[in-house]
Design a protein around this ligand. Structure first.
Ligand SMILES: [Zn+2]
Length: 493
């Protein structure tokens, strides 16, 4: 009987969702630029006589004058990573030149007038992706004298730091684009992104996604957090949970490290090397540790002293749901970003959906379970029934908007249509990765053999995942149980 009621409720909600979805989701929310929705449609060029490269997407051209880009991983004889290849002068970056071509109304060609032309510092970036044939790049725009050259980059707000992400394992090419944009629709901030096609030293490299790095910026660009330069003892900051930075002053050891709750490192991403001081390092460590100790205390859910005084609960709820819906299980333990302004509360920022939506490569990950409740901070939050309530309520809210199948399928189909012939151009270079010897997933039948397979994989995953979550979201309540002094229901004995 209970199942029937749940079934009926679900059907009613799905029907409601279908009816409401077009009303609730605006085509353009006025703030976030979602490329496939907002980019101007371009008229086809007259045919090019000389086979000139012609694309509706922005072009990014990097010229290193033949110098190798540093940052590939170095392994010892046991295949353990022991470092990265450095530049000839032992630095992590080399100087190179960049040009972008981003015409608003007509297609882009490498002989057009560049939209941006600048010197850059460049290296490979990422963890495992540093060894991929199609690597990711970290880029810092600089002036001739080496100072930062803050510029708009293919339409995104001006800054000097950028990432070029080359989807490689992700054969659909759209995972990060999709989930950064969807997160950006519902959370305060998610990195802005633009598709582009990349050349390095005149060699075509295929489709890339230009991504904002997660850092503070001026005049509304990126995260609005303040570096307090007058008083060097405190600042807004960004923390990343991952493998740690090579520069020691960037790594802190807060409560969850010294209490051995995690073996991952807490890395201060902002302020960076130029602005971090011993005083700031200590102040941030103490501040963050104070929050973590509160979270792990008996009073963790006390309205006066507890976690709600430290975190933006909505941000933690949305981060939980997006990573849970996509089974993006590095989140909460690696590539995990949290930020706060001087007087603000902690907020989460999404990053890295390469393994999301049935693409976890190293093991068979059964998506019919919840995982985020086991992560460092959520392991405590989930003990509070009020937090679980908010997760469940928010899930059903989002099911009517950005988590509705109608919205998600439309998003996918329209993105693929927008990419159009750039997909074929990308796979004219990287098409060999569909061959079985490049399979990354087990069992073998999970590996897409065509681009169409890779799109079906995401849709099938989302369909299964959503219907499983609809039926099981209530089971999250089992992580927060009543005790003698704490009851779910005040009237209960
Ligand atoms: Zn053209």
């Amino acid at each position: 009987m209970k199942y029937k009621i749940i079934g009926l409720t679900t059907t009613a909600l799905v029907l409601l969702a279908v009816t409401l979805v077009s009303l609730i989701i605006p085509e353009d929310n006025g703030t976030r630029y979602i490329e496939h929705i907002i980019a101007e449609e371009k008229t086809d060029c007259e045919s090019h006589t000389n086979n000139a490269f012609c694309t509706h997407l922005p072009i990014v051209m990097i010229d290193t004058q033949g110098v190798s880009i540093p940052g590939r991983p170095i392994y010892d004889e046991n295949h353990v990573k022991i470092g990265h290849i450095l530049a000839e002068d032992n630095s992590e970056v080399i100087t190179a030149k960049i040009k972008t071509f981003d015409n608003e109304n007509h297609n882009n060609h490498i002989n057009d007038t560049p939209t941006l032309s600048s010197d850059i510092k460049i290296r490979y970036r990422g963890n495992s992706s540093r060894s991929f044939d199609k690597p990711n790049y970290y880029i810092r725009l600089i002036n001739e004298d080496g100072t930062n050259n803050s510029q708009s980059f293919i339409g995104m707000d001006a800054h000097h730091e950028w990432t070029l992400h080359g989807p490689f394992l992700d054969k659909s090419l759209i995972r990060n684009y999709m989930w950064y944009n969807i997160a950006g629709e519902i959370m305060e901030y998610a990195p802005n992104v633009r598709f582009c096609e990349v050349y390095v030293n005149e060699q075509y490299q295929g489709l890339y996604l230009a991504v904002e790095t997660i850092t503070a910026g001026k005049e509304g660009a990126r995260l609005n957090i303040e570096l307090n330069k007058k008083d060097n003892s405190f600042s807004g900051y960004i923390i990343k949970l991952d493998k740690g930075d090579t520069y020691n002053l960037q790594n802190i050891m807060p409560f969850t490290n010294y209490a051995l709750r995690t073996h991952m490192q807490h890395e201060i991403v902002y302020p960076g090397e130029k602005n971090i001081t011993h005083e700031l390092h200590k102040a941030i460590k103490d501040d963050f540790s104070f929050f973590e100790k509160t979270l792990y205390s008996y009073d963790f859910d006390n309205p006066k002293y507890g976690y709600e005084n430290f975190i933006d609960v909505n941000s933690f709820v949305d981060y939980f749901l997006i990573n849970e819906l996509t089974s993006n299980y590095d989140a909460g333990w690696m590539s995990t970003y949290m930020y706060k302004d001087i007087d603000g509360k902690y907020k989460m920022c999404v990053w890295d959906f390469n393994s999301a939506c049935d693409f976890y490569q190293d093991s068979v990950m059964d998506s019919n379970h919840f995982e985020m409740q086991n992560c460092l901070w959520y392991v405590m939050l989930i003990k509070d029934e009020a937090f679980v309530d908010r997760i469940i309520q928010r899930y059903w809210e989002l099911r009517e908007t950005v988590f509705s199948e109608e919205y998600l399928y439309k998003f996918i189909d329209e993105t693929v249509a927008y990419l159009d012939d750039a997909i074929d151009r990308n796979y004219s270079v990287w098409g060999y990765t569909f061959n079985p010897q490049y399979d990354m997933l087990s069992p073998i039948n999970r590996n897409p053999r065509t681009y169409e397979d890779s799109i079906s994989q995401i849709k099938n995953f989302l369909h299964t995942r959503l219907s499983w979550t609809d039926k099981n979201i209530e089971t999250l309540r089992q992580y927060s149980s009543s005790s003698k002094i704490k009851k779910f229901n005040e009237n209960a004995n």
